[in-house]
Design a protein around this ligand. Structure first.
Ligand SMILES: Nc1ncnc2c1ncn2[C@@H]1O[C@H](COP(=O)(O)OP(=O)(O)OP(=O)(O)O)[C@@H](O)[C@H]1O
Length: 263
């Protein structure tokens, strides 16, 4: 009879080390008016002049040469203090913010979680599920087949016929997450979406993130909750003032991040 403990006999599945996203020396610069006004068309034409005159135009260097490779099956937590560049990096990976230098290569189109833009506050949750599904490219019968699961996942059975403007921010976030996660994503970016949900919903969402990862997907999770990061991510990227401070095993990076904050 073997005396080995079950842990010793269970083989870890071989990690799939297929590169899925390559971020190569990425810089992002935002040009903003120090006055807070958006530049008008005329201003944009004379940007050069403004730069010469100085003062009014300001450049925010949000990412300063970030490089790393994400692999299939990776779930990567992205941490850092406010304004460190996390959302900018995610938007750049999703192709929503242009890089000013460097390049991002990805194997398929990353989805930034949030079908928010497609949803309408005056429509009921039910109508929004249909709208969000159509916006993601599903047909009506495909949406119908998933409808009950989405409502159940969002925990909105009693509220699904009410207009979305009657929902709390947590309920809205739950509906968005439920709709967005009905699609199978090869590369999914979740930016703080779990922050507004309650504990039960957070756990359900974390389980879904793990499912995506286990099905060879790659997940990026931006969060200030180290608990969410610990429960879903095997790897963490720590950004500070637009630079990559550390990229490594979850506990190690969180420990270093906390140590730096305690200083
Ligand atoms: N659209 C924008 N125009 C100008 N500056 C911006 C814009 N978006 C972000 N920034 C600036 O870029 C820097 C990085 O911001 P970003 O939102 O990426 O940080 P973050 O780490 O996600 O912060 P948080 O934890 O507060 O969400 C900040 O200095 C911010 O002020």
């Amino acid at each position: 009879m073997s005396t080995e403990s079950p842990q010793e006999t269970v083989m870890e599945p071989a990690a799939d080390r297929r590169p899925v996203v390559i971020v190569d020396d990425v810089h992002v610069e935002y040009k903003v008016f120090a006055t807070g006004k958006r530049p008008s068309a005329a201003d944009r034409r004379s940007l050069k002049q403004l730069r010469v005159k100085g003062k009014q135009m300001r450049t925010v260097h949000a990412l300063k040469g970030v490089s790393f490779t994400a692999y299939a099956n990776d779930s990567i937590g992205v941490i850092g203090t406010n304004g460190s560049g996390k959302s900018t990096l995610m938007r750049a990976i999703a192709g929503l913010t242009p890089t000013s230098r460097g390049a991002i290569y990805s194997q398929s189109r990353p989805s930034l979680l949030g079908v928010g833009a497609a949803l309408l506050k005056d429509l009921s949750g039910e109508r929004n599920i249909i709208l969000g599904g159509l916006a993601m490219g599903f047909t009506l019968p495909e949406i119908e087949a998933r409808y009950d699961d989405i409502v159940k996942f969002a925990g909105l059975e009693k509220f699904i016929d009410l207009p979305m403007r009657a929902y709390s921010s947590g309920m809205t976030a739950r509906l968005k997450f439920a709709i967005a996660s009905m699609a199978t994503h090869e590369i999914l970016i979740v930016d703080e979406a779990l922050a507004v949900g309650d504990r039960t919903f957070r756990q359900r969402s974390e389980a879904r993130i793990r499912d995506i990862r286990d099905n060879a997907g790659t997940v990026f999770l931006v969060s200030h909750s180290m608990q969410s990061i610990r429960e879903t991510c095997s790897r963490v990227i720590w950004l500070d003032q637009g630079t990559l401070m550390m990229d490594g095993e979850t506990d190690e990076v969180i420990k270093a991040y906390h140590a730096a904050q305690d200083k």
